[in-house]
Design a protein around this ligand. Structure first.
Ligand SMILES: [Mg+2]
Length: 221
């Protein structure tokens, strides 16, 4: 039995969605060479936010094409079911992304409003000339992080200090520091491998149905 208030914190790319937006962009509009900034990031030559901007700034489609492309981001259909369960049990939902609000708000902005979801992410601008650019928050922002723009770890820490039992869902490198301190971790892909290596317990996470089932099991006891 969990005696604390529960909170759900989730990553966006590759967690709520099937595929990272930068991989979608590379597959659709860019060459494999466009991935060079990502290799530079993995080899610690540049920051995460520099890598994403390095890739996204190579997109030069019209605004209309960009909006259409964002609308094709494939969202896990069970995500909405999880949100309904969270609403039913008054579980706050936080979304944190080292990507940008630019495509998140265009894709699920209505859902964020409807379910009162707090979004922690970088700002972003798009123009055909300059591509998509990520803008980190000011350094004075309590969740600022030099590598990813925003710190998912500080968000989880803050919620824990408010007395919450934290459920974290993610799939990538920027999720690892949060996974290390969250009370329950739903991990897939790179994050799952990192957690396995470090001996961090994770829950089965094929889709948000697993998270819904987990929450139901807590409340239906
Ligand atoms: Mg991700």
């Amino acid at each position: 039995m969990i005696n604390k208030k529960i909170v759900l914190i989730s990553d966006f790319d590759g967690t709520i969605t099937k595929k990272d937006f930068f991989y979608m962009a590379i597959d659709k509009f860019l060459s494999k060479n466009a991935l060079q900034p990502w290799d530079d990031y993995l080899n610690k030559r540049i920051t995460h936010i520099e890598a994403l901007t390095g890739i996204f700034s190579q997109i030069h489609i019209s605004q209309d094409e960009m909006d259409k492309f964002i609308s094709t981001i494939d969202v896990d259909k069970y995500f909405y079911d999880t949100l309904n369960i969270c609403k039913k049990y008054e579980i706050p939902v936080y979304l944190c992304s080292a990507g940008t609000k630019y495509y998140i708000e265009k894709r699920i902005g209505e859902t964020l409003k409807e379910y009162n979801i707090f979004l922690l992410s970088n700002d972003g601008t798009y123009s055909q000339k300059d591509g998509l650019r990520l803008i980190a928050p000011e350094k004075t922002n309590p969740f600022y992080h030099q590598d990813t723009g925003i710190s998912k770890e500080l968000l989880v820490k803050s919620l824990k200090s408010q007395g919450y039992f934290t459920i974290y869902a993610g799939d990538g490198i920027p999720d690892f520091s949060s996974a290390q301190i969250a009370d329950v971790v739903f991990a897939k892909d790179v994050l799952l491998e990192m957690c396995k290596k470090k001996g961090i317990k994770t829950e089965k996470f094929d889709s948000f149905k697993d998270i819904s089932d987990y929450i139901r099991r807590i409340y239906d006891k």
